[in-house]
Design a protein around this ligand. Sequence first.
Ligand code: ZN
Length: 433
Amino acid sequence: MNGLSEEKSGQELFALISELYPFCRSITGNGVRQTLEVLQKTIPVVRHEVASGTPVFDWVIPQEWNIKAAFIKDPAGRKIIDFDSCNLHVVGYSSPVHQVMEFSELRKHIFTLPDRPEWIPYRTSYFKDSWGFCMSHNQLLSMKDGKYEVLIDSSLTQGHLTYGELLIKGKTSKEVLISTHLCHPSLCNDNLSGIALAWQLARTLSSVPLKYSYRFLFLPATIGSIAWLALNEQSAARIQHGLVLAGVGDSGRSTYKKTRKGDTEIDRAAMYVLRHSGEDFEVMDFIPYGYDERQFCSPGFNLPVGCLMRTPFNQYPEYHTSADNLSFVKPEFLANSFRKCLSLLNVLERNAVYINQNPKCEPQLGRRGIFRAFSERTGGPEQEMALLWILNLSDGTCSLLDIAERSKLPFDLIWEASELLLQHGLLKATAVQ
Ligand code: ZN
């Protein structure tokens, strides 16, 4: 499925992240629309708008937040904080304010990271009426008593929650869900890396024949996935496998967080791909905390949706700070995550359960020319074993992935062998595929 060189893929992923980096995204607002407009230049993602006030299960779509400008001017009238230079300076969803106030009063609205005095934290205040600024701790220490002019030119209105959706149709209406959040402002690993990876997967899958249909969702975290699930319960029922992508561009090892069920096909395919990557990796059991897998795996849905990351979100100091920037993600790590994702989808696409049509003793493969045909196609000493393993285990209960695991042979070799046996009428697909 992969027509891209790894180097080119990494550069393309990084270029998209660089283009999206300056936008001020939040759970609603024009930053989300701007982001989707950039994606729409290369993939036919559809923009959906859900009106403020719409009930979605136990939640309500909030007012839409937009911001034009924000600053703090010191007692001498110098602009010491400017939203235009870094959108992390304003607490997301800050209500509008324009006041002159004493430093002691302003101080209550300032957030810093004393342990990382150079970095600016990322903060939000969804679902409550407040405002605030984020800055480096060093900058806070340099501020003196006196009167400061504070402006946040933001608006909270009856608007919409915006999300993007793209369905790539395959042979069946059974779906693979690829979901990522798009609600963070200038932060690269969390969450632009997930957006970029989903975009690259969508571009790649658009040009190849597929067994499954693929539904891509670009959602504001939490409220976006809750809204989508509330408004699309019928579509949700078609999801056979799902993956949330987040934090896939840092230098850490790949991490897969299992689905709530813990032993679904996507869990097994992800672990298979990571085990055979030749690289260090981590597998986490499901916990009801993290990204939107929390909603997809809520008990009322319990969808088989796992999460692919590199370093988990709360385990790197740059997380939710200005240090999660364009230097923190690298093309090579993005490309590495992309390659693993494609391998995982390749396993899902090719995995199947077959029934041996000649189960009483081994069929005579030499007479059918199968050994010769197989060695011409793939070469190597493992071919005969692949054929024998498939014939032996294909009793309608073992999938090709089961056979690859048990035989310790590469999945693609097992798949190649199964195709040949199918052509010779020695295998038949089970009804449930
Ligand atoms: Zn985040």
